[in-house]
Ligand binder design. Structure first.
Ligand SMILES: *Cc1c(COP(=O)(O)O)cnc(C)c1O
Length: 457
């Protein structure tokens, strides 16, 4: 499937990979055999590999490069901060201007009543922080038995021990004896894959009711929180049926448990609103953030916390938790500039009013393709379900790896589209323009044709 290698440097780098690099989420045997694709530079919504191929990045890096590649202002913000104060910690009652200014800027964008941020180096660390903070909160409230966190099968909450445990990815749990105790999973609202004969709305209500079932099973007195992504990203861009979030809100209102929105993908404009929770009208108690916060230019994450929780924490003395890089000044300076760009250039508004509706309309044109069982999406998120039988939503045999075949064709034709099983997903930079959207959809159709030729004959 891959093209021949012409640049001798590519071979050198691939050898270095084999000899020295342990890669995340990669098939080690295959990686040693074929070597990684080497990405060398990027501009706007495009990447270049070491063979000189230009590739339209339909995944914004890993859901993160919101403002696109090559933004000189972010480079300048990092350089200026490195000159002024490259590092200082925020432990033991110290702080520095960028972390404070960023916390204020985030509070201004966050839903009403969410005015404080705990900073981390990543989304996973944000969710680890959440786990410890909610248990600490309930202990301070005199309810130390409230420890269990309910999350969802096939949710993604990161790759640390707590993150992977909160996540509901079986293949991650299988390695390293996860999940850790105190985490319970309920079914996901994935109608296309699991809705059976129910209508999407019936299934959405059913999936939401599983939360109530679980609360009753575990006992409200033992449940600390429910965590969910507004839209599951890594699980396959799963857009819940319209009935799902209203029913979840109804259930959450009945029980005294915290609601955590993992906004690592949905946050900072991806849905066309500042947060996925705004898009759905949800009012979480905490929101995990990362990715779009800095457009991925430097690592940074955090946890936005509702005022009532902060009031309780403020009565509690030490919170024995933190990371060397919590609130890193360079990360904070880049995040501040990234938020300024998103605001001043009205990028979120443009996504909402103009480019996301266009992307969604063009993507749905692919629904007529013989391989395509469903096209869905919200904002700058999209999914294309590959099926053997459109009417029954019938899948190809898993061994065939239809999604991976399609992904390979995409790479070879200058498009990055990710495969989750047989679901093709996209999450392009928020700055993608209409002509680039046309290119994305045309390339996607070509790759669907090539995939169909390979598997339908
Ligand atoms: C990527 C992601 C995380 C983990 O973030 P890292 O920065 O990779 O640790 C957590 N939650 C969601 C929803 C994500 O997409």
């Amino acid at each position: 499937m891959s093209k021949p290698v012409n640049n001798p440097k590519t071979r050198e780098w691939q050898a270095m990979s084999r000899e020295h690099h342990l890669a995340p989420f990669s098939d080690y045997r295959q990686l040693a055999e074929v070597g990684p694709r080497i990405i060398t530079k990027a501009e706007g919504v495009y990447l270049w590999d070491s063979e000189g191929n230009k590739i339209l990045d339909g995944m914004a890096g890993l859901w993160c490069v919101a403002v696109g590649y090559g933004r000189e202002e972010l480079v300048q913000a990092a350089a200026a901060q490195m000159r002024e104060l490259p590092f200082y910690n925020t432990f033991f009652m110290t702080a520095h201007p960028p972390v404070l200014e960023l916390a204020k800027a985030i509070a201004e964008l966050a839903p009403a009543g969410m005015n404080h941020v705990f900073f981390t180096g990543s989304g996973s660390e944000g969710n680890d922080t959440m786990l410890r903070m909610v248990r600490h909160y309930w202990a301070l409230k005199g309810k130390p038995s409230k420890k269990v966190i309910i999350s969802r099968v096939n949710g993604y909450h990161g790759s640390t021990v707590a993150g992977a445990s909160l996540g509901g990815m079986k293949f991650m749990h299988e390695q390293g004896d996860l999940p850790i105790p105190g985490i319970e999973h309920i079914p996901q609202p994935y109608w296309f894959g699991e809705g059976g004969d129910m209508s999407p709305d019936e299934f959405g209500v059913w999936a939401a009711e599983q939360l109530e079932q679980k609360i009753l099973e575990v006992g409200e007195e033992n449940v600390a929180a429910f965590i969910a992504e507004p839209i599951q990203g890594a699980g396959g861009v799963i857009i819940p049926p319209d009935s799902y979030w209203p029913k979840i809100r109804e259930i959450l209102a009945k029980y005294e448990i915290l609601f955590v929105a993992d906004e690592v993908i949905c946050g900072f404009g991806r849905t066309g609103e500042w947060f996925g929770s705004d898009y759905y009208g949800n009012t979480p108690d905490m929101m995990t953030i990362a990715k779009g916060l800095t457009s991925g230019y430097v690592p940074m994450g955090g946890l936005i916390v509702r005022d009532e929780i902060v009031e309780v924490l403020n009565q509690g003395g030490d919170f024995n938790h933190g990371f060397t890089y919590s609130g890193h000044p360079v990360g904070a300076a880049v995040a501040l500039e990234n938020l300024r760009i998103l605001r001043d250039e009205k990028i979120v508004e443009r996504v909402r009013e103009e480019t996301a509706p266009y992307l969604q309309k063009r993507l749905r044109e692919l629904a007529d393709h013989p391989l395509v069982g469903e096209v869905r999406g919200v904002g700058m998120l999209g999914a294309i379900e590959l099926v053997k039988d459109k009417a029954s939503r019938g899948r190809f045999p898993g061994e065939l790896g239809v999604g991976m075949i399609c992904r390979g064709h995409c790479f070879d034709n200058g498009l990055i589209m990710r495969a989750v099983g047989d679901t093709m997903i996209i999450s392009p930079p928020l700055v993608i323009g209409k002509a680039e959207i046309d290119e994305l959809v045309e390339k996607a159709r070509l790759c669907l044709d090539l995939t169909a030729k390979a598997v339908l004959s």
